[in-house]
Write a protein that binds this ligand. Structure first.
Ligand SMILES: Nc1nc2c(c(=O)[nH]1)N[C@H]1C(S)=C(S)[C@@H](COP(=O)(O)OP(=O)(O)OC[C@H]3O[C@@H](n4cnc5c(=O)[nH]c(N)nc54)[C@H](O)[C@@H]3O)O[C@H]1N2
Ligand SMILES: Nc1nc2c(c(=O)[nH]1)N[C@H]1C(S)=C(S)[C@@H](COP(=O)(O)OP(=O)(O)OC[C@H]3O[C@@H](n4cnc5c(=O)[nH]c(N)nc54)[C@H](O)[C@@H]3O)O[C@H]1N2
Ligand code: SF4
Ligand SMILES: [Mo]
Length: 788
C-alpha cells in the first residue's frame, strides 16, 4: 500500500469542521439569532415561522421554515431542539427550494401514448382517484396483487392502505429507520435493539468503521466536533476512500473492502490477551466470559487480520490498546461495513469492541437508543398475515418478469428504483411491460426515472408543505417533533395520506367493506393530531408539541458550550439503563456470537484492472431527492470515478481521462479522478447525480424543454441564466448486478467487482450499456442456488 500523506487530502476536502473552530461568543450569537428571520430589505419585518421536521434523511432534524407573502424563504434548525441544536446540514437548509421548483408536478398527470413516452395530460383529482380506485377494487379478490414499493416510511399511510385492502405486498428499498437491514439485524440479535447511538460528545476515543459521519449524519457530526474540540477525542476512521470524515480524522485507515470485521475481531482478541478488557462487564452483562471469548477468538489473530485487511499488524495492535485504554470510547459503524454479504457478522464484530471494553450505554460509549415510537391514527386496520415482515424490493422486478409475482396495481411511494436500486435497467424492463404490470401509480412531486413509467402521477406535497410527526434516536434524550407548514401546497398537490383516504372512500363508497372508518381523519393535520394521541408517552401533549415544535421540552441550550441546561444545571442523562431492565434479548444480556467471518472469495482474486466498486453518499445530496435543488446541484453535480494514482498509472489513465467501468452486466463511460485518496483495489462513484429525469437542474440542461406540466408562475431565472455546468454525472446503478445476501436479504451494495480500462476510441462520456439477459441469468442462478 502506498504511503498516504494526510495533508495532501485536507486541501481537497470541504470545510465541514470550520464551525467547530468558532469561538464561543460567535457560537452564542448564532444561537441567539437562531429561530428568527427577517425580510432582507425591510429588516424589521419578521417572517412567518413554522415548525419543520426535515425528512430528507432518517436523522429527521427539527427546525423552522420562514415564509413571506405565502412563499417559504428559508429553512433552518431549531436552536432549542435537543438533537438538532440549531443546525441543519446543507440539504436541510436548501430543502425549501423544492416547494418553488419550477419543474415540480402540481396536479395529477395521466400518460398520453405508450408508457414511458414522456407525454402527459393534466387530469382532475376526482377522475384520477376514480380510475385508481376502480383498478384496486377489481384486484380485491386477490389482494396481494395490490403492491406498494416504498422508500423511507414517513408516516405509515401506504402500509395502512395495504392493510386496509388486505394485501401483504409491501416492498421497501431499505429497512425503515437508521442503518440498513443487515446492521439492524446484527444489532437486534446481539443487543436487542436495531440502533445504538455513539455518545460522541463525551467520548475520548472513536473507532469509526465505514460511516461518513461528517457528510451523512449531521446530529452525530455536531457531537463529534464538540468532542474533538472540548474533549480532545481521537478519531480513527476506517474507510476505503478519503471521505470528508476520513480526511478530518486523526488517522485514516484505508482498509481492504469488506474486511473491517477481521480487524475488529483481532483487536478484540488483542485487548483480551493484554488484559485490557472489562472483565466484570463481560461476565455480568454478556452470555460469555473473557476466557471463553478468548478461546472463540483464537482464529482471529492480528497477523491474519493484517494479511486480509492490508492494515499493518502493529497498527491493529496499537489502535486496540489505545481504544481500550482511552475510556470512554465509542464505536461507529454504518453502510461501509454492513452493506455486504457478511454485513451482519461485520457489524457484530465491530460492536464487540464496545462490548468487551464495557463501553455500552455509558457516558461517551455506545448508547441504547432513546426514541418515541410514533403512533398512527386509531382505529388502525388489522395487520395482514405476513404484511409486517420486512420485504426488500431488490428482486421484485425479477419476480414480476418471471411471473412468480402477479401484480395488478403497483403504487410507488418515496422511492425511485429505476435510479436507486441495483439492476436499475430491470426495473425499467418490468415497469415497461403493461401486461405484467397493468397499472403503475406514482406519488412523486417530481418527475423521476421511475415516475416516467407511471400511468398516473398523483403528486404528493413536498416536505416543507407537509404535516408530520417524527422521532429518531439521535440524542441522549428522546424527542418527537412536528412539521406544521404555513404555506398551502402549490397547485393542487395533495398529501399522500389524503390521496389514499380518497381512494379508500371510492372503493368502499357504501361503507359495506368496513374500510372507511379506518380512514376517518379529515386531513393530514388531523392525522398528525391522532398519531400524537396514539404515541406512547406523548398522549395529551399535542398542544405543547405545537407550541415548541418538539417535545419534551428538556431544557435550553447554553450558547457558551452548547450543553442542554435545565434550571441552571446540565441536563442529566440516564446512562446504564440496562442495569434496571436488562437488554431486550432473550437472555436479557448481550448475546455474543463470534462469527465465522469469511473474506469475499471474489475480492481475493482481483486481477490487474479489477477493483471493488464503492458507491457512497455526498454531503450535498440526499439519495435521489435533491438533485434539482439549484444551490446543492451547483456544489455537487458530477461523480467522476475515484481511482488510485499508482493503479491509474499502470492502466495508463490520466486525471480527467474517459474510462470504461465494466461489471458482470455491462459498462458505463465516465471520467477518472486520479487520487491517492482511495484504496488501490477500490474505485468509487458517488450517488445522487447522473440523473436522466427530475428536472433541468438535475440534468444540467437549462435549455431543455420546460415540461408541459410546469407551473408558469414558478419561473426561476437562475435556471435560465446561471447554470454554468453541463456535466451531470453518470449513475452507477445501471451496472450494479443483483447481489442479494442469502444471510440478510439486503443488496451487498459494496461487494461489486468492476474492471476499469481506458475508454474505447468511440466511447462518449455518459454512455451506459447493459445486457438485461445477464441480469436475468444472475437472478436465475441466485434463486436456483436458494431452491437447491
Ligand atoms: N448527505 C447525505 N446523508 C445521508 C444520506 C444521503 O443520501 N446523503 N442518506 C441517508 C441514508 S438513507 C443512509 S442509509 C445513511 C448512510 O450513511 P453512511 O453509511 O455514512 O454512508 P455511505 O456513503 O452509504 O457509506 C459510508 C462509507 O462507507 C465507505 N465504505 C465502502 N466500503 C467500505 C469498507 O469495506 N469498509 C469501510 N470501513 N468503509 C467502506 C464508503 O467509502 C463511504 O464513505 O446516510 C443518511 N444520510
Ligand atoms: N449505488 C448505490 N445505490 C444506492 C445506495 C448507495 O449507497 N449506492 N444507497 C441506497 C440507500 S442507503 C437507500 S436508503 C436507497 C434509497 O432509494 P429510494 O428509497 O428509492 O429513494 P430515492 O432514490 O431517494 O427516491 C425517492 C423518490 O421519492 C420522490 N420524492 C422526493 N420528494 C418527495 C416527497 O416529498 N414526497 C413524495 N411522495 N415523494 C418524493 C422522488 O421521485 C424521489 O426520486 O438507495 C440505495 N441506493
Ligand atoms: S442531516 Fe440534513 S438532511 Fe438529514 S435530517 Fe438533518 S438537516 Fe435534514
Ligand atoms: Mo439508506
Amino acid at each position: 500500500m502506498p504511503e498516504i500523506r494526510r495533508r495532501e487530502f485536507l486541501v481537497a476536502s470541504g470545510t465541514l469542521l470550520a464551525s467547530a473552530a468558532l469561538p464561543a461568543p460567535a457560537n452564542a450569537m448564532e444561537l441567539e439569532l437562531g429561530g428568527k428571520s427577517y425580510h432582507q430589505l425591510r429588516t424589521f419585518h419578521p417572517r412567518v415561522r413554522s415548525h419543520y421536521a426535515c425528512t430528507l434523511c432518517p436523522y429527521c432534524d427539527g427546525g423552522f421554515t420562514y415564509a413571506e407573502n405565502g412563499h417559504i424563504q428559508k429553512a433552518e434548525g431549531n436552536p432549542d431542539h435537543v438533537a438538532t441544536r440549531g443546525k441543519f446540514c446543507a440539504k436541510g437548509l436548501a430543502s425549501f427550494l423544492s416547494a418553488c421548483d419550477p419543474d415540480r408536478i402540481t396536479m395529477p398527470l395521466k400518460r398520453v401514448g405508450p408508457r414511458g413516452s414522456g407525454n402527459w395530460r393534466e387530469i382532475g383529482w376526482d377522475e384520477a382517484i376514480a380510475e385508481v380506485a376502480g383498478k384496486v377494487a377489481e384486484a380485491l379478490s386477490q389482494p396481494d396483487t395490490i403492491v406498494v414499493n416504498e422508500g423511507d416510511s414517513r408516516d405509515g399511510a401506504a402500509a395502512r392502505f395495504l392493510a386496509t385492502v388486505g394485501s401483504s405486498s409491501l416492498f421497501r428499498s431499505c429497512a425503515p429507520g437508521l442503518g440498513g437491514a443487515a446492521r439492524q439485524e446484527g444489532l437486534r440479535r446481539m443487543v436487542g435493539v436495531s440502533y445504538l447511538l455513539p455518545d460522541l460528545e463525551h467520548a475520548r476515543y472513536v473507532l469509526n468503521f465505514g460511516c461518513n459521519i461528517l457528510e451523512t449524519a449531521l446530529p452525530l457530526a455536531q457531537r463529534l466536533t464538540d468532542g474533538l474540540v472540548n474533549n480532545r477525542l481521537k478519531l480513527v476512521t476506517f474507510d476505503v476512500r478519503m471521505s470528508n470524515t476520513a480526511g478530518r480524522s486523526h488517522e485514516w485507515i484505508p482498509v481492504f473492502p469488506g474486511t473491517d470485521g477481521f480487524v475488529a475481531l483481532a483487536m478484540c482478541r488483542h485487548i483480551l490477551e493484554k488484559g485490557l478488557a472489562d472483565g466484570d462487564f463481560i461476565r455480568n452483562w454478556t452470555n460469555t466470559t473473557p476466557e471463553e471469548l478468548l478461546v472463540a477468538l483464537a482464529p482471529y489473530t492480528t497477523q491474519k487480520a493484517a494479511e486480509i485487511s492490508g492494515v499493518p499488524e502493529k497498527s491493529i495492535k496499537r489502535l486496540a490498546v489505545e481504544f481500550a485504554k482511552n475510556k470512554p470510547g465509542a464505536v461507529v459503524t454504518m453502510n461501509g461495513v454492513s452493506r455486504r454479504d457478511n454485513g451482519i457478522d461485520a457489524e457484530q464484530a465491530c460492536t464487540l469492541l464496545a462490548v468487551i471494553t464495557g463501553n455500552i450505554d455509558n457516558e461517551g460509549g455506545l448508547c441504547l437508543p432513546r426514541q418515541f415510537q410514533v403512533g398512527v391514527p386509531q382505529p388502525a386496520p388489522k395487520p395482514v398475515e405476513g404484511g409486517e415482515k420486512l420485504r426488500l424490493n431488490h428482486t421484485l422486478p425479477f419476480e414480476i418478469l418471471d411471473k412468480s409475482r402477479v401484480v395488478k396495481v403497483l403504487f410507488n411511494h418515496l422511492s425511485n428504483p429505476v435510479y436507486s436500486a441495483p439492476a436499475a435497467s430491470i426495473w425499467r424492463e418490468a415497469l415497461k411491460n403493461e401486461s405484467l404490470v397493468p397499472l403503475v401509480v406514482d406519488f412523486s412531486p417530481f418527475m423521476s426515472e421511475t415516475a416516467e413509467w407511471a400511468d398516473l402521477i398523483l403528486p404528493d406535497v413536498v416536505g416543507v408543505e407537509r404535516h408530520d410527526l417524527v422521532s429518531a434516536p439521535t440524542a441522549l434524550w428522546p424527542w418527537v417533533s412536528i412539521s406544521q407548514p404555513s404555506v398551502k401546497p402549490v397547485g393542487s398537490a395533495r398529501d399522500v395520506r389524503e390521496t389514499f383516504k380518497k381512494i379508500v372512500e371510492v372503493i368502499d363508497a357504501d361503507g359495506q367493506k368496513g374500510m372507511k372508518p379506518l380512514w376517518a381523519f379529515t386531513s393530514a393535520r388531523q392525522w398528525v393530531e391522532q398519531a400524537s394521541a396514539a404515541t406512547p408517552g406523548l398522549e395529551g401533549n399535542y398542544k405543547k408539541l405545537q407550541n415548541k415544535g418538539f417535545w419534551p421540552d428538556h431544557g435550553k441550550i447554553d450558547p457558551a458550550d452548547r450543553k442542554i441546561v435545565k434550571d441552571g444545571e446540565a441536563l442529566p442523562v440516564a446512562y446504564h439503563t440496562f442495569q434496571k431492565t436488562g437488554f431486550a434479548t432473550p437472555s436479557g444480556k448481550i448475546e455474543v456470537v463470534v462469527p465465522d467471518l469469511k473474506p469475499n472469495p471474489r475480492h481475493a482474486r482481483l486481477e490487474k484492472g479489477q477493483f471493488v466498486l464503492a458507491t457512497y453518499k455526498v454531503a450535498y445530496h440526499a439519495l435521489s431527492m435533491t438533485t434539482n435543488l439549484k444551490y446543492l446541484a451547483e456544489i455537487h453535480h458530477a461523480n467522476p470515478l475515484w481511482i488510485n494514482k499508482a493503479q491509474a498509472r499502470e492502466l495508463e489513465i490520466a486525471d480527467g481521462d474517459l474510462v470504461r467501468v465494466t461489471s458482470e452486466v455491462g459498462y458505463l463511460v465516465t471520467k477518472a479522478f486520479v487520487t491517492n485518496g482511495v484504496h488501490p483495489k477500490v474505485v468509487g462513484i458517488s450517488t445522487s447525480v447522473g440523473r436522466t429525469s427530475y428536472g433541468r437542474v438535475a440534468k444540467a440542461d437549462p435549455f431543455g424543454k420546460v415540461p408541459d406540466y410546469a407551473r408558469k408562475e414558478l419561473v426561476d431565472e437562475d435556471i435560465d441564466d446561471n447554470i454554468w455546468w453541463r456535466d451531470r454525472g453518470v449513475s452507477p446503478n445501471e451496472i450494479l448486478p443483483l447481489a442479494v445476501s442469502a444471510r440478510h436479504g439486503e443488496q451487498a451494495w459494496n461487494d461489486t467487482v468492476v474492471t476499469v480500462t481506458p475508454a474505447d476510441p468511440g466511447d462518449v462520456y455518459g454512455t451506459v450499456h447493459v445486457d438485461n439477459a445477464r441480469h436475468l441469468a444472475i437472478f436465475k442462478q441466485m434463486t436456483g442456488h436458494r431452491a437447491g
